[in-house]
Design a protein around this ligand. Sequence first.
Ligand SMILES: CC(C)(COP(=O)(O)OP(=O)(O)OC[C@H]1O[C@@H](n2cnc3c(N)ncnc32)[C@H](O)[C@@H]1OP(=O)(O)O)[C@@H](O)C(=O)NCCC(=O)NCCS
Length: 203
Amino acid sequence: MSTVSANLPRPGAIPWRAIVRVLRPREHKHFLAHLLRLDSASRSARFGRGVSDDWVARYAAETNWRRGAVVGCWIDGTLRGVAELRRFGSDRSKTAEMALSIEPTFQNCGLGSLLARRVVAIARTRGFIKLCMLIAFSNWRMRSIARKLGARMAFADGEIDADLPLDPYPQATDIPRNEVEEGHPRSNLDAHSVGNRLISELL
Ligand SMILES: CC(C)(COP(=O)(O)OP(=O)(O)OC[C@H]1O[C@@H](n2cnc3c(N)ncnc32)[C@H](O)[C@@H]1OP(=O)(O)O)[C@@H](O)C(=O)NCCC(=O)NCCS
């Protein structure tokens, strides 16, 4: 696995090492622990309202990992950020929804943008043609991420429906699915830097 060190464009940052990869169902305990570490503002932003620990536990337990993908960002061995990709509607639907959660200490450092880009790539390899996001009007960071991805935004009732049309990957059928989406320690094809962080992405 390769890493890239980078400059320090954002002040107050501490150096850490992060790995971005698709999570496996057996890692659901880490997924739950991450969601429980979100503070109340982040939980509200993620789930659209304030939710209890019990509600979060049910949500994590009921997550259908086969209906999409859960991409995680591990920092020093702890899951600090997650992007969920979920098929929207029927089993044949080619629309997916995306939701992100980054723990407060690690917000505004570029990790949400990084995870969102990774989810877009995964959605394309899985044949989705549209990615949608429901964003609170005041969620400037998420709005910024959706805008950077090129999403079309429709404003209504204090919320934003963001839709991103997806082009298929031309060579998607040429790439073994498990290498692209599940990550393999010896098939690290890409590496990024975020702020002053060291990022390894497992494709
Ligand atoms: C929303 C969230 C996923 C964003 O992830 P993040 O890692 O904090 O965001 P990033 O650092 O990747 O990007 C934030 C962007 O917002 C911009 N931004 C931050 N504050 C802003 C503001 N007040 N106005 C406009 N843009 C702002 C930043 O400049 C950055 O854009 P840039 O990279 O082009 O400079 C994360 O903050 C989070 O988990 N929040 C709580 C849960 C949530 O809101 N989930 C989304 C539900 S759809």
